[in-house]
Each structure stands twice: as structure tokens, then as C-alpha cells.
Design a protein around this ligand. Structure first.
Ligand code: DGJ
Length: 719
């Protein structure tokens, strides 16, 4: 059992594989954070429960003589507002009389053997060894009850948390803040790592020293956003890729969120993550309850790579659905944009024949009268001018050339110039009496309304039912600006999950690739429904090094999508070798974003080679540990490797960014191999011991030009 209740000291001990989390009940009243870190055995846990007087920190009424008791100085697992704690609260409510005070007291616990699901929001499955602690807190006056859930994955260093707020009083209340987790760390000796970005530059790594006061990451956009991924990590100052303590926090949610860290006057650190409290208010009627999304907390004492592997293994085992086939695709977006017709598609599809490509994905522009991005979103019926034989005609072309068929939708959007808008202008999110805003000329459908969600399910079903389709690309190309109510963005996300839940149940074989102008909604909740996500609209191989490197901090490479596109690259104008483009794209779910017709004979041969290589590589990638070897941020190159779980096979991807004339000796040192095994380089037949590869490394060749990419494939030597 990984959850121990120390009766004498009133302390809960949550043990993971190498970590311990201690929660104390101070004086049988207040739920306090005691310890989170390296695994420990503790003789007297109550020793950790300390309070000391601090001027200007108020004491609860009953502690008049005990100035040392104050919620302002006690570390807390669920801080509320108005009862002495001046730091950020995890929960705030408003009562009918305007009071916002909540005095949450400990009222008991339960240990559950089954991990609870969360109403309307995806959450992680339990694994074979998972226990749940439920802690009950109550406010006597309002009769508001709070349940805190801690799911402990005993064989990992993972705790997931969420909170349920129940209105057990006799008056309606308004929830104005409800975090999925809150805990206090005992010091502030940390750097803060966050994944920053924008459209075409997602999930770049930024590390800054943690300062006093409040640091915050958030999205107010109605989606988890390109700008700041719903993830952050606190790193000890000396933490590196391979050693040192890291606390990684990731929210299983796709809408507006906030992650907040506050360093207080006593230099302790409060950590929170949850739905955004900005412009949020949720009325809770008598007997109603509100459930927050789940937050994933990973502890690593093995540096950043240790943290990433924890996230990767957890998401592979407990989040991502296994029933889907992830094909090698060719997508026509960068090949044609909106300018295609049957003849062009026929040529494109038939030129993909024999290259080892498995699926053709028809991107934007096949429906309504969509010849540019100004119209037709919502009109999910085929454009007969472009495709006189309908989608069936395209499906037939695919079949004839041995390819499966995939189709692009942007289901959550509506164009003003569409039949849908003419019939239902009210379906779009707008503010009454104000002219609405455009973003990419479009509006967002109001998924907080059931009839709008049902329209989407129906419209997609009508297309899919007529076709033998195996793949959908689900795009989302604007954010929600006109939030006409304080519930809208959360209700929207619940609507989105309802739509995705219904469609994925109805079509269990259709793999949905997520997309939001690339990686604008790359979060665990979307991954639950869309197990791979178009990682960025920037398909340039060099830019992708940074994007994929940053993304790999949290998300397994098998959730990313990488395509080889043409040069000069459409986003950057950069010219990179075909081989390098292949190596970078093959580090994710592999495909092509070009018209195979434009390939030279030599490139066609390279494509055949790449798809063949990828088929074997894929078996490794989907069953491997991922190691980052060279960091492109501030560096001259980038490298990572996939080490099969049994350590018998390894792929290493290396890309030199700008070349130099120095002809240096540059040794690439590998990680995660079996030091006792002998590995053979499959290309050269040269043999190395695992210990040599992990200590001396391999000598990189002299690079002939900028952007040189090299892939090494080692296998255990059987002789
Ligand atoms: C944005 C996506 O990221 C692109 O790949 C493409 O599907 C376009 N939308 C189509 O409008």
C-alpha cells in the first residue's frame, strides 16, 4: 500500500517509487503540506508540522492565545480566501450576502481502491498499482464541502490530483476559483521552466530563476494555446538533463488555465494549477457539485530526462488509446493549399503509389465553396465544382493506388459566408449588440450549447458514414475572444469533450489527428481523444528541432506528427537536405507534406528508403525510452535517441545546425544502453560496447554543409 495514515501524528504518507509526499492535519483542523521530494522513511512525521509566530499573520478565532497558529504561515494543501492566509487561494467562493470567506477544516478521509473518473473531463486510467486518497474538508457556516483526491501511482513517481466542491448548504454559491492542486514546498531554491511559444514556434524552453511574489503561466484564449503549454516545472538550481530534482506539473485540460507559483515572505513556495480563474464564475446550486480537471504531478531526482520519461511512460500506459493505427501519410496542404481539383489530386495520389506511403489526407478546401479561408466552415458537404465525383471519387483514387483515405475538418468553426451561418447565426459565439470579431475570417461555434454539439456530431457522421475513412485531421484555427459569460470557456471545453467522446465511441477505428494551427492545443486531454497532434505549422526541419525538443519534455514523441516538406521551406525559406528533413520528421509520426510528383528520381528513392526505415523505427519508437542528447537551445546542434525498452536496439538522430570550418573532434555520448552489451552499427558493421558508447561516445564526422543530419542505428550483436 502506498498510502499510509500515521494515526498518532495525523499524517498521510504517499509513497511513489522514489518519492514521498506527506500531508499533515495540524491540530486535527488544518490540512497542511509537510514534505514532497525524495523517498523517505520517517520516524516521527509530526516533527515536520511546525508553526512559528510571524508579525501581521492573523490567527483563527479560537487561537487567541496562540499567536503562532496562523493559516498565513502554515503550509496548506487547500488554501482558501478570507481566513488569514494572504497567499494565493486554491478555492474562492461568493455567498449570496457577498461574503467570500471560507474556513475549510479537516473532516475525514477515505482510501479508495478505484481511481475515480471526472464527470465530463478525460482523465488518466489507473495502472496495476494505484491507490486513491480522498480527503474531506468542510466549512461549518456555508456547509461547503471540498473533496481532494490524490491518486498515487505506486510504481512511478506520479501523483494526480483533482478537487470536487459540493454545495451542501441551503443557498446557492458562486465558485470563482477552483484549482486542481495546491501545495507548498519548504523553500524557494528553484528555477522555473516553462514551454513558451506562438503559432509556428510552439513549446520553446524558457528557464528563469524563481523570484519572490507570484509567477504565473496561463491561457485566457479558451484553448490550452500556442503561447504557454499547460505545463511547468520547478528545478533545483543545479538540476541538469540527467541529475537533480524536478517537479513537473501538467494539466489534463484543453481550455483556459492557470499555473501559479508564489514565493512568500518566509521563502516557501506555493504551487497551483487549474482552470483559469480569470473571468470565471460558476454558480453552484444547493446539492450541486463542481469537478476540476486532473493535474499530473511528476517528481524526478534524475533530472529533466528522468521527468520526461515519467511523463512519457505514464501517458503511454494510462492516457493514450491503443486501438489506433498511426499510418505514414501524405497530406496535400502545403502541396496545393486550396488550389486543387480532381485531376491534381489524382496525379498527387498516384504519384504516391509505391513509395511506402499508407494514407492520403485531403486537407482544407474540399467542402462548401471553400477556395480560400474566407468561407464555408460549417458546410460539411463536398464542393462538386472541385470534386465532381465527390469524396467517393477521391476515396476511389486512394483505393486504386493502395492508400487509405483521411479527411480534414474544422468542426468547431463557422464562416459568416456559409449556409450554416445563414440558417443559424446564433450558433456562433458573439456578444449581443456588438459587432463580432474575426480571426482567420471565422467565428467559433458555441459548443457550450448541446444543440450545436449535436449538429457537429451529425454533420461529421453524415460525411464519415458514406466513406471508408480511417483518419480525420481535426483542426481549430482561432481562439475564443467574445466570452459572453463567465462560464463560457469551461462549458465550451465540456461541450468539446462531449463531441469527441461521442464520435470516438461511434467510430472507434478512425484515428483523429489533433491540430490547432499546428500545436495550439497540445495537451493531455486532447491527446486522450486525438493520440497524435500536428506539432506545428512550421514544417522547417531546423525549426522543428526546437519545437520537438521542447515538446518532448512532457509529451511522448509518439504523440507528435512530423512531415517532410519541400524546400525552400514555405515558412522560413530555408533549404535543408532531404535526408535531414526525413530524420527530424521520423522522430515523430512520420509523413509527407508535399506533392510526390515534384520529387526527383533520387528523392523518390530516398522516400522509399525513408518509409522502409520508418517501419522498423516505428516499432522501436513505440516501445522505447527517449533520451535527449544535445540541446539545440543555445547550442550548435541537436540530438536525441530512442532506446528500445529491452535495450537491444537504438536509433540516434543528430542534426548539426550551422556548420563551422574547424573540423573539430566532436564525440556524441549516448545514454540508456546496457553497458555490458555489444552493439553493432547496422550501416557500417562496426562494433562497440555499451559502456564505450555511453562514456567515450561516437566520433561525429566532419559536416559537409549546414543542417547536416545523421541517423545511427545500433543493434545488439548476436554473435
Ligand atoms: C492549419 C493546419 O495546421 C494546417 O496544417 C492546415 O490544415 C490548415 N490549417 C488548413 O486550413
Amino acid at each position: 500500500m502506498s498510502i499510509t495514515y500515521h494515526v498518532q501524528s495525523n499524517v498521510f504518507q504517499l509513497d511513489g517509487k522514489n518519492s514521498t509526499y506527506l500531508i499533515g492535519v495540524y491540530d486535527n483542523r488544518f490540512l497542511t503540506s509537510l514534505y514532497y521530494g525524495k523517498k523517505l522513511e520517517i520516524l516521527n512525521p509530526s516533527r515536520l508540522m511546525v508553526t512559528r509566530e510571524l508579525g501581521f499573520s492573523p490567527s483563527p478565532h479560537e487561537d487567541f492565545y496562540k499567536r503562532y497558529v496562523s493559516l498565513d504561515t502554515l503550509p496548506s494543501e487547500c488554501p482558501s480566501f478570507g481566513y488569514g492566509d494572504f497567499r494565493i487561494p486554491a478555492i474562492t467562493i461568493e455567498q449570496n450576502d457577498g461574503s467570500r470567506c471560507l474556513d475549510l477544516r479537516y473532516a475525514g478521509y477515505e482510501i479508495l481502491t478505484k481511481k475515480p473518473s471526472i464527470k465530463g473531463i478525460p482523465s488518466l486510467k489507473e495502472d496495476d498499482n494505484c491507490d486513491t486518497l480522498k480527503i474531506i474538508l468542510k466549512d461549518k457556516l456555508t456547509k461547503v464541502e471540498v473533496n481532494l483526491y490524490y491518486n498515487v501511482y505506486n510504481d512511478r513517481d506520479v501523483i494526480t490530483r483533482h478537487m470536487i466542491i459540493r454545495n451542501k448548504g441551503d443557498e446557492k454559491i458562486n465558485i470563482t476559483k477552483a484549482m486542481s492542486c495546491s501545495f507548498d514546498l519548504r523553500d524557494n531554491n528553484f528555477n522555473l521552466l516553462q514551454l513558451i511559444g506562438c503559432h509556428c514556434e510552439e513549446r520553446h524552453i524558457e528557464v528563469t530563476p524563481l523570484r519572490h511574489g507570484i509567477s504565473k503561466i496561463e491561457s485566457r484564449r479558451g484553448s490550452s494555446s500556442h503561447m504557454l503549454n499547460p505545463f511547468f516545472a520547478l528545478l533545483r538550481k543545479d538540476t541538469t538533463e540527467d541529475v537533480g530534482e524536478v517537479y513537473g506539473i501538467n494539466l489534463v485540460y484543453s481550455g483556459s488555465y492557470e499555473g501559479t507559483i508564489e514565493v512568500d515572505q518566509r521563502h516557501t513556495t506555493r504551487v497551483q494549477m487549474g482552470i483559469s480563474s480569470f473571468d470565471f464564475s460558476w454558480p453552484l446550486d444547493v446539492k450541486e457539485s463542481f469537478e476540476t480537471p486532473e493535474v499530473v504531478m511528476v517528481y524526478s531526482n534524475g533530472g529533466l530526462n528522468g521527468m520526461s520519461q515519467q511523463f512519457h511512460n505514464l501517458y503511454n500506459d494510462c492516457l493514450l488509446k491503443k486501438q489506433y493505427y498511426h499510418p505514414i501519410v501524405v497530406n496535400n496542404w502545403e502541396a496545393t493549399y486550396f488550389g486543387f481539383d480532381e485531376e491534381k489530386l489524382d496525379k498527387l495520389i498516384s504519384s504516391a503509389k509505391g513509395l511506402g506511403i499508407e494514407t492520403f489526407v485531403l486537407d482544407d478546401g474540399w467542402f462548401g465553396k471553400r477556395n480560400n479561408d474566407e468561407s464555408s466552415l460549417g458546410d460539411w458537404y463536398v464542393n462538386k465544382e472541385k470534386l465532381p465525383h465527390g469524396l467517393e471519387g477521391v476515396a476511389e483514387m486512394c483505393k486504386k493506388n493502395g492508400l487509405k483515405f483521411g479527411l480534414w475538418f474544422e468542426p468547431e468553426m463557422i464562416s459568416e459566408d456559409s449556409d450554416l451561418y445563414r440558417a443559424h447565426p446564433d450558433y456562433a459565439i458573439k456578444i449581443p449588440n456588438r459587432p463580432h470579431l474575426y480571426s482567420r475570417c471565422q467565428l467559433v461555434l458555441d459548443l457550450s450549447r448541446k444543440e450545436v454539439c449535436d449538429y457537429i456530431i451529425d454533420a461529421i457522421s453524415k460525411v464519415v458514414d458514406k466513406l471508408d475513412i480511417s483518419y480525420i485531421k481535426w483542426d481549430f484555427n482561432r481562439n475564443i475572444s467574445e466570452t459572453y459569460s463567465k462560464q463560457l470557456t469551461h462549458k465550451y471545453v465540456l461541450g468539446l469533450y462531449y463531441v469527441l467522446e461521442t464520435l470516438t465511441k461511434k467510430y472507434p477505428k478512425i484515428m483523429i489527428e489533433g491540430c490547432s494551427g499546428g500545436g495550439g492545443r497540445f495537451d493531455p486531454a486532447m491527446l486522450y481523444y486525438t493520440p497524435q497532434i500536428w506539432t506545428s505549422d512550421d514544417s522547417d526541419a531546423i525549426e522543428r528541432l526546437y519545437i520537438q525538443y521542447g515538446t518532448s519534455l512532457v509529451y511522448p514523441p509518439t504523440t507528435m506528427v512530423g512531415h517532410v516538406s519541400v524546400t525552400p521551406n514555405h515558412q522560413t525559406g530555408r533549404v535543408t537536405p532531404f535526408k535531414t528533413r526525413g530524420i527530424v520528421a521520423m522522430s515523430a509520426n512520420f509523413g509527407y507534406e508535399l506533392n510526390p510528383q515534384v520529387l526527383t528520381e533520387q528523392e523518390r528513392e530516398m522516400v522509399k528508403d525513408q518509409t522502409k526505415t520508418y517501419r522498423n523505427l516505428k516499432k522501436v519508437i513505440y516501445n522505447s525510452d527517449f533520451y535527449r542528447l544535445r540541446n539545440p537551445f543555445g547550442g550548435k546542434d541537436c540530438a536525441w535517441s530512442f532506446v528500445r525498452k529491452d535495450k537491444k536496439e537504438v536509433y540516434v538522430m543528430y542534426v548539426r545546425i550551422l556548420n563551422s570550418a574547424t573540423n573539430e573532434f566532436d564525440w556524441l555520448v549516448l545514454k540508456g544502453l546496457d553497458s555490458k552489451k555489444i552493439y553493432v552499427n547496422v550501416e557500417t558493421n562496426e562494433k562497440f560496447s555499451g559502456s564505450e558508447l555511453m562514456s567515450a561516445g561516437i566520433l561525429l564526422p566532419r559536416h559537409p554543409y549546414d543542417f547536416n543530419g545523421i541517423m545511427y542505428h545500433f543493434k545488439e550483436d548476436k554473435e
